[in-house]
Every structure is written in structure tokens, then in C-alpha cells.
Design a protein around this ligand. Structure first.
Ligand code: MG
Length: 379
């Protein structure tokens, strides 16, 4: 029996994870953490007989204390405490944004494996997070579909036999466009192949999501950026590829369905029965590929540069992106301004090594403030 703690249980990853767990005898959810929506978490907890939940938003946690029939841990600290209280075998981190880093650190510090859907953990703290995992022997199991694909493809390959990895990108709703003027929030939220949360959908439209994924991959697989490429593939059937020294290219295919990578991370090293639609290539008919356009989609270029610089640069990149995307969703800046805000924030905050997690949290905050000031200047 594997005991699973789910952080972000009401989000798209969390709800699909619970669906998988409900079908399996060997997985047991032992705790749930949510941002604000304690009512949904309470329903989930009741269904799985879970006694303890954590609610990151303190006001919502106060409400939950009178409404939930069990223990409620409060605040971001409460989410971290939940790891110590429930002592799971694996933490599924499906928290969105920088808030996911603290719980990843807490779990790895205690030697607990992390099924990682929170890409910010590796984007912001990649160097320190992978060092920590190596030091405690805890495993990082990627849940992001591309990284899960790469993890599976690389599992039986010698690193020395690898030429490069290729991440596929759907290209988002604005694929093929050479200018990004006049894009509305509604258009940006309309993702062609994956149904996801608000921020990641905008990040997919700007290609920042793919930029983050390059950084994630560099840390997960210990590769230099010269060995990490991106190809646009609008059907999202090929989830990633690896090129080997002998000329062979291996690919991971399937219909876009997050239950596959979630199940793989939760049941690794075993494979489980997952009731997803089986791939029918004849029905798919054709698979298209094209070069990404980092000249138009500036976020992709900014992410590669930040990844190459390393240290605090990816942390600044992420913080500026979170603030800029929120401002776009609120109608304060244009779609095109998102990359402008990020670029200027990186210029202003500067770069340097990341000495510790506390420094990263301080840089994260300073970058958010700077990004907000830049946004005020634009509006
Ligand atoms: Mg992905």
C-alpha cells in the first residue's frame, strides 16, 4: 500500500489523481491540501475517509475549521505541516506557482518521494532541489506530460548514448502568428489540445510554459541546454522524443490525457491499468511538426536565456511571469506586454548564483514587486 498526500487536490491534476486512486487498491490518499476551496476538499476527504486537510488561505481555513469534520491545518505553513503529520510515501505536488516550492523542499528534506506537477519547484529552485533530492535519496517523479514521457524514454538508456531530448509543444492558440497584437483574454484561454488551469493556459499561449519545461528538463535529466530542443507539434500526440548516438529516435505517444503521467508517477516503477482511450494512429491520420518561433514568442527565448544563466535568473523569470499573467488576465496589460514585463524585470533584478532557498524566496518577492512597478508604468 502506497500512502499518497495530494497537494492541490481540487485542481485539474489533483482531481484526476483522486480518480486514479479510487480505482486502485494499492494507493491510499492520506491527506489533501487546497488553496481556498475547502468545501470541495471536504467532499473529497469524506469520499476517501481522509481525516486531515490543509487550507493555504487563512480566512478559508478558519471557515473550514467549523465546516469540515476533521483536522484543518492553516496557511502555507499548514500545507508543509501536513507532510509531517501524514508521513506519506509519496507527495503529489499539484500546487500552481511558486507556492509549490516550499512543500517540495519539505517533502524531499524528509526523504519522501515527490510526484511533481508543480514545475516552479524546478524552475525556481532547480539546482538546490535536485541537490536536496540527491542528498536525501528521495525521488523526483515528473508528472508534466513531456517530462514523464522523457523519464520513461530515458529510464533504460545510458546518458552517454544520448544526443538530445526534444520537447514537443502544441504551439498554443496563436501558432503560426507572426504578431501578437490585439489578443484577448478569451482567445488566450482557448487552448487547442489540453484543458488546464488559467495560468498554465496563458503560459502555453505565450510558449513560456515550454520555456519552463526546458528548465525543468535540464534539472530533472541533468542536461545542458545545447541538448534540449523544442519542436512544435499541434496534435499533441507525440509527448516528447530522444535522439540517441546510433541514429535512433525514440518517441512517447498517446492522446493528450494527464491520467497517464499521473498514474505513472504514482505507481512507478510499476505500470498500471489506466482506462484511457487507446491510440489509433490511422484515425489520427497525420502528425505535423514545425520549428518554434522564438522571435515572435519572446517568452521561449527569455526562458532559454534565464535557464542558461542559471542561479537566480529562472526564479526572476517565473515571478515576473506570474505577475504579468495575472495582470493580463485582469485586463491591465496586453498579451504582448507579458514578455516585455518579464524581460525588463530580469534586466532590473539582475542575475547571480542561488545560495539558498531563503535567498530564492527573497528574490521571488523582490521580482514580483519590480514586475508590479513595471506594470504600473505600462498602464
Ligand atoms: Mg507539459
Amino acid at each position: 500500500m502506497k500512502r499518497v498526500l495530494i497537494l492541490g487536490s481540487t485542481g485539474s491534476i489533483g482531481t484526476q489523481a483522486l480518480e486514479i486512486i479510487a480505482d486502485r487498491e494499492d494507493l491510499e490518499p492520506v491527506g489533501l491540501a487546497v488553496g481556498r476551496d475547502w468545501q470541495t476538499a471536504a467532499v473529497q476527504a469524506k469520499g476517501f475517509e481522509i481525516k486531515t486537510i490543509a487550507v493555504a488561505d487563512r480566512a478559508a481555513a478558519e471557515e473550514a475549521k467549523s465546516g469540515f469534520d476533521g483536522a484543518v491545518l492553516s496557511g502555507e505553513q499548514g500545507v508543509i505541516e501536513l507532510i509531517g503529520v501524514t508521513r506519506p510515501d509519496i507527495v503529489l505536488n499539484g500546487i500552481v506557482g511558486a507556492a509549490g516550492l516550499g512543500p517540495t523542499i519539505a517533502a524531499l528534506s524528509q526523504g519522501i518521494d515527490v510526484a511533481l506537477a508543480n514545475k516552479e519547484s524546478l524552475v525556481i529552485g532547480g539546482e538546490l532541489v535536485t541537490e536536496l533530492a540527491a542528498a536525501t535519496g528521495a525521488k523526483l517523479l515528473p508528472v508534466d506530460s513531456e517530462h514523464s514521457a522523457l523519464f520513461q524514454l530515458l529510464e533504460n538508456e545510458d546518458h552517454a548514448a544520448l544526443d538530445r531530448i526534444v520537447l514537443t509543444a502544441s504551439g498554443g492558440p496563436f501558432r503560426g502568428r507572426t504578431d501578437l497584437d490585439g489578443i484577448t483574454v478569451e482567445q488566450a484561454l482557448d487552448h487547442p489540445t489540453w484543458a488546464m488551469g488559467g495560468r498554465i493556459t496563458i503560459d502555453s499561449a505565450t510558449l513560456m510554459n515550454k520555456g519552463f519545461e526546458m528548465i525543468e528538463a535540464a534539472h530533472l535529466f541533468g542536461l545542458p541546454y545545447e541538448q534540449i530542443d523544442v519542436v512544435v507539434h499541434p496534435q499533441s500526440i507525440v509527448h516528447s522524443l530522444i535522439d540517441l548516438k546510433d541514429g535512433a529516435t525514440l518517441a512517447h505517444l498517446g492522446y493528450p490525457d494527464m491520467r497517464v503521467p499521473i498514474a505513472y508517477a504514482l505507481t512507478w516503477p510499476e505500470r498500471s491499468d489506466v482506462p484511457v482511450e487507446r491510440l489509433d494512429l490511422a484515425r489520427v491520420g497525420r502528425l505535423d511538426f514545425e520549428e518554434p518561433d522564438p522571435g515572435t514568442f519572446r517568452c521561449l527565448a527569455l526562458a532559454r536565456e534565464a535557464g542558461r544563466s542559471g542561479g537566480i535568473a529562472p526564479c526572476v523569470l517565473n515571478a515576473a511571469d506570474e505577475v504579468a499573467v495575472a495582470a493580463f488576465l485582469e485586463g491591465m496589460i496586453t498579451f504582448k506586454d507579458i514578455s516585455t514585463v518579464i524581460e525588463r524585470t530580469i534586466e532590473d533584478v539582475g542575475s547571480g548564483p542561488a545560495k539558498g532557498f531563503d535567498e530564492l524566496f527573497a528574490i521571488d518577492e523582490a521580482s514580483r514587486e519590480r514586475a508590479s512597478e513595471i506594470i504600473s508604468g505600462l498602464t
